[in-house]
Design a protein around this ligand. Sequence first.
Ligand code: HEC
Length: 110
Amino acid sequence: MKKVLIATAAVLSMSVIAVPAFAEAKKGEKIDAKAKFDQHCVACHPKGGNIINPKKGLGKKDLAANGIKTEKDIVAKMRNPGPGMTKFDAKAVPDAEANAIAKYILATYK
Ligand code: HEC
């Protein structure tokens, strides 16, 4: 019984590691911005909202009201966020990924 459990745990942990690696390989260099957004941001920004500060959602109107207009502005927010938001430095989210997420936000949340 114990052996079976250990084997199951081993298989499970392998699949957890293998699945994202497979997804990366399949898409080559292309970044899946939605997946990255879902991974890093969606917990606090579901559907482009903001569960902590509802006035600071990711819709164009909210962004504009807070002086955020371009992809660069969104990346700047990730690198240097306001109160309550996780900081995402270039180690957590490399520039290419950060830019892809920013583009995704501008294209998705109007
Ligand atoms: C732990 C919760 C949390 C996570 C995770 C999070 N945010 Fe935020 N976000 C916030 C909060 C809180 C604010 C408001 C901060 C402030 O007052 O400036 C905010 C503000 C923003 C704003 C400015 C919105 C506006 O209208 O002014 C942007 C853009 C943004 N987040 C992008 C992101 C992106 C992109 C990610 C993922 C890489 C992310 N956030 C992850 C909590 C979070």
